[in-house]
Write a protein that binds this ligand. Structure first.
Ligand SMILES: *[C@@H]1O[C@H](CO)[C@@H](O)[C@H](O)[C@H]1NC(C)=O
Ligand SMILES: *[C@@H]1O[C@H](CO)[C@@H](O)[C@H](O)[C@H]1NC(C)=O
Length: 256
């Protein structure tokens, strides 16, 4: 009997802990809507560019509506001042294009920008810290695709960014460029291609970047590999499975 009571307490503690920390996974994101933000010039007046700066983030939910799939593309980044970071921000950019007005990172669950994002536990990062979760930009051109489970394209969700912006930063956090997301409806039928940025296989980010400081930490995972949902849920599953394991052990010990 004592064993059972203890197990119940342990289970409650473990579940409470999971609920208390981290961004929740989003669901019900509309799979027929694309949000896209496109930069076609630098905002920072001191930017030294090898050509016209191009930066775009395209976001669309998968067919099951769980999380959001991102396609990011950056071209003609400055040769100095990287690695570059980029984030979803809390406010839209006004008509004058002033990137300072985009405010701070989208962080509805209060992760904070002070604590470095741990890529192995993306639910503990700011929802908007895309480069923290999936890698900073170490090459130009740069292309990456990934499936984020915490951002939302469902209006009304705390993690909705469809009416917000993203900002591209130098490594020293100076804002280089920014753009607002714009909604694009896509055909209700799945089509093999939609106009605009077809993912380009060149410029794939290489984890073995140039020497120097790497604010994203060790390249412990391939930023080009989209994180499959089952794996991303693994952290929670392992915690939740502890009570199950204990129950199993108890069953043996008590001959239940
Ligand atoms: C940040 O880095 C860029 C590129 O090196 C430089 O132009 C800019 O002045 C720096 N900003 C600050 C605040 O030091
Ligand atoms: C952009 O906005 C900030 C904050 O409101 C302001 O201090 C700055 O002067 C503005 N920059 C430009 C270029 O308008």
């Amino acid at each position: 009997m004592h064993g059972k009571a203890t197990l119940a307490l342990l289970s409650a503690a473990a579940i409470g802990q999971v609920a208390a920390e981290g961004a929740p996974e989003t669901s019900g994101n509309p799979p027929n809507v694309v949000y896209k933000a496109t930069v076609d010039k630098a905002w920072f007046p001191g930017a030294v560019l090898p050509g016209p700066l191009k930066a775009s983030i395209s976001a669309k939910a998968p067919s099951d509506g769980e999380g959001v799939k991102f396609n990011v593309h950056f071209e003609n980044l400055p040769e100095e001042g990287g690695p570059f970071t980029y984030h979803l921000h809390r406010k839209a950019v006004p008509a004058d294009g002033n990137c300072t007005e985009a405010s701070t990172h989208l962080d509805p669950y209060g992760a904070g920008a002070e604590i470095k994002c741990d890529r192995s536990a993306p639910e503990t990062c700011e929802v908007g810290d895309l480069s923290g979760k999936y890698g900073a930009i170490e090459s130009s051109p740069y292309h990456a695709s990934y499936h984020d489970l915490y951002a939302a394209t469902k209006e009304g969700d705390e993690a909705f960014f469809g009416d917000l912006s993203f900002v591209l930063h130098y490594a020293n956090s100076t804002r280089l460029a920014c753009a607002n997301f714009v909604k694009e409806e896509v055909a209700p039928h799945p089509t093999d291609c939609h106009p605009g940025n077809t993912p380009v296989p060149t410029g794939t980010p290489t984890p073995t970047g140039p020497p120097g400081s790497d604010p994203t930490g060790p390249p412990d995972s391939d930023p080009t590999a989209p994180v499959p949902p089952p794996e991303a849920g693994a952290a929670q599953m392992s915690v939740l499975s502890i009570p199950a394991m204990l129950l199993g052990a108890a069953a043996v010990a008590f001959g239940l």
